[in-house]
Ligand binder design. Structure first.
Ligand code: SAM
Length: 451
C-alpha cells in the first residue's frame, strides 16, 4: 500500500501537513479567497501530489483552469478530471512562458533546487501573476540537514528563499500562518521531525524580470562579505551560478584556505590568474603615498632609487582589472558583489553601469550581521578576522600599501617570518617620502621668510 493511501484512510489527502484552516475544504477556500483570482484564470500546481487541492478548489471555483505537474505518474493518475496533467519536473515543465495567473508550490520546492523552482515559476507566470509558496523553512544548518536526511528535502532559511524570490522578480504580497496540523497517526508521528521546521504560506507577485535567468557572476574574494554572498545565494550557486575569484599570485594563505574549502562544493568556480609579484617587479612597490620622482616617469630620469606605485594602481591591475576584463570577455550581464555601505559609506557601483548591472545583496548589512550570518550557516571564516580589524582582510601577503589595515599586527601574529621584509619595504618608502618632505618643508620655510 502506498503512503498516500494510508494517509487517505486517516483523512489526509492534501500532502501539506500544515494548513490555513482546520479542514482541507476550509484550507482550499481560504487560499482561493487570499488569491482572489479573476474568472477563468489559469493555475499551475507544481508538485501537485494527488491533485487534492485542485479537486477541492474545483468545487468552489469551477471556472478556474488547472494544470498539474508531477514527476510521480501514479500520483498524476489519481488527479481529478478536468485538469491538464503534465508528467515532468517542476523545474523544467515544458509549459508555455507567461501563460499562468497563479503558480502553486506546496511542500514540493525542497525536492528541487529552490532557485530553479523560482526561475521556472517566474517564467510560467504572466506579469503581475501570483506565486503561492506553502513551505517548510529552517535557518539552522543542523535542522536543514535533518530535512535532507530524513525527508530527502532541501529546507532553506525563509530569509534566503525571500532573497532568491526577490532576485527571481517577486514581491511578497501577503504571509499567512498555517498553524492547523493535518489529522491522523502518520502525521502525528512525522510531526516529531516536522515540528523542528518553521512553516508558512506566502503569496508573491511577479513584479519584475527574473534576474536568475540572466548571465550572472558572483565575484568572490575569499573575504567575509563575498563569502556571505556565496552562502546567501547557495541554491543559485549550486544550480550553476559561476563564481569568479582572482588569484593575484600572492593571496594570503588564510584566504587560500577558505577558497579551497568553498571550491569543493561550488560547481562552477572560475579562477582568474594574475601575477602581482612580477607586476610589482616591473612597475614598483605599492605605497599609500607616492612621489613624482618615484613614479615611472621619474624613473626615466633616474630621479630616485625606489620606484613606487599607488595602492589602487596595484590593486586595479592585479585584482580589479583582470576581474572586470573577464566579466566583459564572458559577456556577464549581472555582477554580484559583497560590497556594503558600512565599509566606507559609499559603494562605487550599484545597479546599472555602462558595462553590466551590479547587484549588492549585503548593501545595508553591518559587519556584525555578516559575522553572525557566517556563523549561523557554518561558513569557513578566515582566522585573519580574529587578528585584523580593518574593513577587509589583506589581499596580498607581500603588499606594502594599505597602512591603515593593521597588517604589521597580522603578520606578527600569523606570519612572523614576513615581518622583516615588510619592514624593509616600509623603510624604503619612508626614506623616499622623507626626502620629499624635507624639500616641502624647505619650500615652506622659504615662503615664511618672505612675510
Ligand atoms: C509532499 S508532496 C506535496 C503534494 C501537494 N503539493 C500537496 O500539498 O498535497 C510533494 C510532491 O512533489 C512531487 N515532486 C517531487 N519532486 C518533483 C519534481 N522534481 N517535479 C515535480 N514534482 C515533484 C512529489 O511527487 C509530490 O507529489
Amino acid at each position: 500500500m502506498r503512503n498516500e493511501q494510508i494517509l487517505e484512510a486517516q483523512g489526509v489527502n492534501l500532502l501539506a501537513y500544515w494548513r490555513l484552516a482546520a479542514t482541507e475544504q476550509e484550507h482550499a477556500a481560504t487560499l482561493l479567497q487570499i488569491l482572489d483570482l479573476p474568472t477563468g484564470a489559469r493555475v499551475v500546481d507544481l508538485g501537485c501530489g494527488t491533485g487534492e487541492l485542485t479537486r477541492l478548489c474545483q468545487a468552489i471555483r469551477p471556472d478556474l483552469s488547472w494544470t498539474l505537474v508531477n514527476i510521480d505518474a501514479w500520483q498524476l493518475a489519481q488527479c481529478p478530471d478536468g485538469a491538464q496533467l503534465v508528467e515532468a519536473s517542476m523545474i523544467d515543465t515544458g509549459l508555455p512562458t507567461g501563460t499562468f495567473c497563479a503558480v502553486i508550490v506546496a511542500y514540493a520546492m525542497g525536492y528541487c533546487n529552490v532557485s530553479q523552482v523560482l526561475k521556472e515559476a517566474a517564467r510560467l507566470l504572466i506579469d503581475g501573476g501570483k506565486l503561492v509558496l506553502h513551505e517548510l523553512y529552517a535557518s539552522s544548518p543542523s535542522v536543514q540537514q535533518l530535512g535532507a536526511e530524513v525527508l530527502g528535502y532541501q529546507v532553506h532559511a525563509a530569509n534566503d528563499v525571500q532573497l532568491l524570490a526577490t532576485l527571481a522578480g517577486f514581491d511578497v504580497l501577503s504571509q499567512h500562518e498555517d498553524c492547523h496540523q493535518a489529522p491522523g497517526a502518520v502525521v502525528d508521528e512525522a510531526a516529531q521531525v516536522f515540528h523542528q521546521f518553521d512553516h508558512g504560506l506566502a503569496v508573491l507577485c511577479k513584479a519584475r524580470p527574473c534576474q536568475l535567468s540572466r548571465r550572472a557572476a558572483l565575484q568572490f574574494s575569499g573575504g567575509k562579505d563575498s563569502l556571505a554572498c556565496l552562502y546567501l545565494l547557495k541554491p543559485w550557486v549550486l544550480a550553476g551560478l559561476p563564481v569568479y575569484w582572482t588569484h593575484t599570485g600572492d593571496t594570503i594563505p588564510e584566504t587560500l584556505a577558505v577558497v579551497e574549502q568553498v571550491r569543493r562544493w561550488v560547481p562552477d568556480f572560475r579562477v582568474i590568474e594574475a601575477d602581482v609579484l612580477a607586476w610589482k617587479h616591473a612597475h614598483g612597490t605599492p605605497s599609500d603615498v607616492t612621489t613624482a620622482q618615484s613614479t615611472w616617469m621619474g624613473q626615466q630620469y633616474a630621479m630616485t632609487e625606489i620606484q613606487l606605485v599607488g595602492r589602487f594602481d596595484c590593486c586595479w591591475h592585479n585584482l580589479m582589472k583582470p576581474m572586470h576584463d573577464r566579466m566583459l570577455a564572458d559577456g556577464v550581464e549581472l555582477v554580484i558583489r559583497g560590497t556594503k555601505l558600512a565599509d566606507t559609506g559609499k559603494v562605487p557601483a550599484n545597479g546599472a553601469t555602462e558595462h553590466y548591472d551590479v547587484l549588492l545583496p549585503l548593501l545595508n548589512w553591518s559587519h556584525a550581521q555578516v559575522f553572525d550570518y557566517l556563523q549561523e550557516v557554518g561558513a569557513p571564516i578566515s582566522p585573519v578576522y580574529q587578528h585584523f580589524k580593518a574593513i577587509s582582510a589583506p589581499e596580498c601577503l607581500h603588499c606594502s600599501a594599505w597602512w591603515d589595515d593593521g597588517k604589521a599586527q597580522y603578520l606578527k601574529q600569523l606570519h612572523p617570518e614576513k615581518v622583516q621584509q615588510y619592514q624593509v619595504s616600509l623603510q624604503q618608502i619612508r626614506a623616499e617620502l622623507s626626502k620629499r618632505l624635507q624639500e616641502l618643508d624647505s619650500e615652506l620655510k622659504e615662503c615664511e621668510s618672505w612675510h
